[in-house]
Design a protein around this ligand. Sequence first.
Ligand code: PHE
Length: 459
Amino acid sequence: MQAAKHEHWSSSFTFFLAAVGSAVGLGNIWRFPYVVAENGGGAFVLIYLAIVIVFGIPLLMSELMIGRSTQKPPLSAIQSFGQTSGTSSAQKLWHALGWSYLLVPMGILTFYSVVAGWTLDYALGMGIGTFNDLKEGESAEMFQDLLRSPVKLIFWMTLSIGITVAIVARGLKSGLEKTVKILMPALFVILIILVLYASITGDFARSFAFMFEPDFSKITPKLVLMAAGQAFFSLSLGSGAIMVYGSYLTRDISIPKMAVGVAFADTAVALLAGFAIFPIVFAFGVDHAAGPGLVFVTLPIVFNDMGGIGQVFGVLFFLLLAFAAITSTISLLEPMVAQLSESGRIKRARVAIYCGAVLWSVGIFVALSNNILRDVHPLGFLPLFEGKTIEGVIEFLAANVFMLLNGMLVSIFVGWSIKRTITLEEMGLGDSILFKLWFMLVRFVVPLGVGFIFYDVVL
Ligand code: PHE
């Protein structure tokens, strides 16, 4: 069934790196620590881990399966299954779901590119010594300076969109595989060094307690929603990225193994990021509700504290973080580009550029929502969106509403609409206990669980 020009990963290892490249990014290092800090630590981490296991892994398997068995980009993939089953209103729903799988990653990209820009600015700043001899409180002030500068934000955002477009335009093999092979392992090594340093100089015991001793009274519907959103965001679920990467998979690769591997690696990096940051937060009295700036306020303090070598580490760290971000932005742009260039009528490169232009235009508003448009609160009349800027609204809608909704619908799709014989064959687990467990999670637990999370928060 495979079209001749459809590309495939060179090996299961390159697929694994690319999928980990998609999953590991700003979500782990920028977003995880600040969302943990804002939502009360241990209780959040506990729920997060449970969601990764119970919802995350089964959904990774489902999305990979849809991609691989159809060998098509998300909209076509969901449609080609959808057409053969169900009533016409079900087909309309699956059509809408397919679109949502293309549009959500574009929405994420609008703010992701801005934050990726921050890492580039910090890499440069580290390199030229802007952060040398930091005094107390200065790093928070410097982060604010960046946010106050429309020119800088737009410049760096433009660069990160440009890099993403350039890589995606060249296609899977030449663009992506090379990028992930070296950079992902390098990021991992430097993160370990940071954790070691932070645990020696910082308050390791307190961060351990903060992350792993849950205060059950903190568990609220909102916390569960945030944890689910963070888990989906971090695992790249509900957004087309995993599905489109799945469509480049060959049949000899085990989907369950890959899903477990990706979930494990992604979670490990998120926890490591926590252990690199919280010891310093506690030891140096950084305001731990610092919000999205947490990493950018905390780490310059560490690098400064390390002395001369710290500057080298600083440049390396922010550069690698920028690369980790880029391996994620590539997977965010790929679904739309793969879809629109599927028929071959418009060239991939051209589609990538058009998409980049659209992203850039919306991204401008996101960038400006940090300064000139700071007081614009688009959905401020709704309690859940109170005080949220344009960036905040897009981030919340993408991660905590649409990714979850997509995941819920796709599990219904896989569990109830696609024939069991197909899923059975794709999983390659035989009709075993493991397969049955997965099937039960996808049919009942994921849709009901996510549905309940929404229901609980809204009411
Ligand atoms: N998982 C990525 C991260 O943690 C973000 C992402 C979301 C990438 C959705 C692709 C799709 O940074």
